[in-house]
Design a protein around this ligand. Structure first.
Ligand SMILES: NC(=O)c1ccc[n+]([C@@H]2O[C@H](COP(=O)([O-])OP(=O)(O)OC[C@H]3O[C@@H](n4cnc5c(N)ncnc54)[C@H](O)[C@@H]3O)[C@@H](O)[C@H]2O)c1
Ligand SMILES: [Zn+2]
Length: 377
């Protein structure tokens, strides 16, 4: 991985307003991060291509819209844009083609045109659905991402992946659709439910483990203190940006972002989705660190360091008492369907990972049992 430079911005935590540039195959865009950023959505969108008087379809849901849509609408109007609100139902189970169709009806009713903009105001579900709708509406219209969950801020709003689920599985239909702008206002995290905050923290911490040892040290120091989120979000995003810039279409290196997801993806369905995605990834990161030690790739103290940061931020490192064989089977089932072997992303040290294809089942099961899974030798 390329070295991720520490932020240019050395203002005290919580005081900075970083702007991060992102390159992609068709051009580039900016991510603006700062407390109060919602107030500047309109002017920033104008500065990033939305023409005078053009319409903005603000896509949100019944949870987020009552909290933040009025602020966003006012900011758009001040910038002489013409916003209208489009509603979609809340929740992963509505991340569907039917919801996309519902948005198209509202776009047409609002006379959204080719020169206009779709603005996603919400968590990762809103961003994925609105982004996918924007990719195909009139063969593609401008997209602005205004992520309001921590997961959407540090993960899903950047990288260009959009899409919906099918009854057969998650994210089976989608498109690469790059935004023209991403606006992040960490103040909106004050209304995010605690379990959603934790879930997003898992991905934020993951980025530190993958490629930014200094971010990891900040996370050790801050240990659960949620002031100064703007800086932590910016540092975490830098890691994701570096990776997706190098591999925009997910052909290789982007796999490192799956740290913790090999085990995590298996635990989610086994828990009948009582484990949140981030919690499952958290346990998965602990497992990956322990496997790295077993293989002699990492020093003995690494898992403990990772696990103590995870628990400082309210995340689990212990595995529920599922059967180790069942976890292993769930991991391989996915991959067999795609005709691929399970690939492990293993931390060698804080800020450094390696992709490993051949970890023996007995090592994996041994580690899972040490973390709390059941099952004989
Ligand atoms: N496109 C990508 O690259 C990518 C990457 C990772 C995840 N994802 C997708 O992201 C989705 C998960 O995103 P998520 O965790 O944000 O879930 P989500 O969008 O369902 O948001 C979680 C809950 O928090 C609410 N919420 C959001 N912001 C809030 C705020 N500021 N105050 C109060 N409530 C708020 C939402 O309405 C929802 O009820 C999944 O569908 C996943 O597949 C996509
Ligand atoms: Zn994830």
């Amino acid at each position: 991985l390329p070295h991720v430079r520490p932020g240019r911005n050395s203002a005290p935590l919580g005081r900075s307003r970083p702007t991060l540039p992102v390159r992609h195959p068709e051009g580039h865009y900016e991510i603006h991060i700062g407390d109060g950023a919602l107030k500047h959505v309109g002017s920033t969108l104008r500065a990033n291509g939305a023409p005078f008087g053009s319409r903005v379809a603000v896509v949100s849901n019944p949870v987020v819209a009552p909290l933040y849509a009025a602020q966003v609408e006012a900011s758009l109007r001040r910038a002489e844009l013409a916003p209208f609100i489009c509603q979609m139902p809340d929740g992963e189970r509505h991340k569907t083609l039917a919801t996309v169709a519902l948005l198209y009806e509202q776009f047409l009713a609002g006379e959204l045109d080719r020169r206009d903009t779709v603005l996603a105001l919400g968590g990762g579900v809103t961003g994925d659905v609105a982004g996918y709708a924007a990719a195909a509406y009139m063969r593609g219209v401008r997209l602005a991402q205004v992520p309001t969950s921590l997961l959407a801020m540090v993960d899903s709003s950047v990288g260009g992946k959009t899409g919906v689920d099918l009854p057969q599985g998650k994210n089976l239909v989608g498109a690469f659709k790059q935004p023209a702008l991403v606006m992040i206002d960490p103040q909106v995290l004050s209304t995010l439910p605690a379990e959603e905050f934790r879930s997003g923290m898992a991905e934020l911490i993951k980025h530190g483990v993958i490629a930014d040892a200094e971010l990891f040290v900040e996370l050790e120091r801050a240990a659960g203190q949620t002031t100064g989120m703007a800086d932590l979000i910016a540092r975490s995003l830098r890691v994701k940006i570096e990776v997706v810039q190098e591999d925009p279409f997910e052909q290789g290196r982007r796999a490192v972002l799956n740290l913790g997801h090999t085990v995590g993806h298996a635990l989610e369905p086994l828990s009948e989705f009582t484990l949140r995605h981030g919690e499952a990834v958290s346990i998965g990161m602990a497992a990956a660190a322990r496997i790295a030690v077993e293989l002699g790739k990492a020093e003995a103290g690494l898992p403990e360091r990772i696990e103590s940061v995870l628990s400082a931020w309210g995340l689990p490192a212990r595995c529920p008492s599922f059967d180790a064989d069942a976890i292993l089977a769930a991991m391989t089932r996915d991959k067999k369907k795609q005709g691929r072997a399970v690939r492990w992303i293993l931390p060698r040290a804080i800020g450094q990972v390696e992709i490993v294809a051949d970890v023996t089942p007995s090592i994996v099961k041994g580690v899972l049992r040490n973390l709390g899974a059941r099952g004989g030798a």
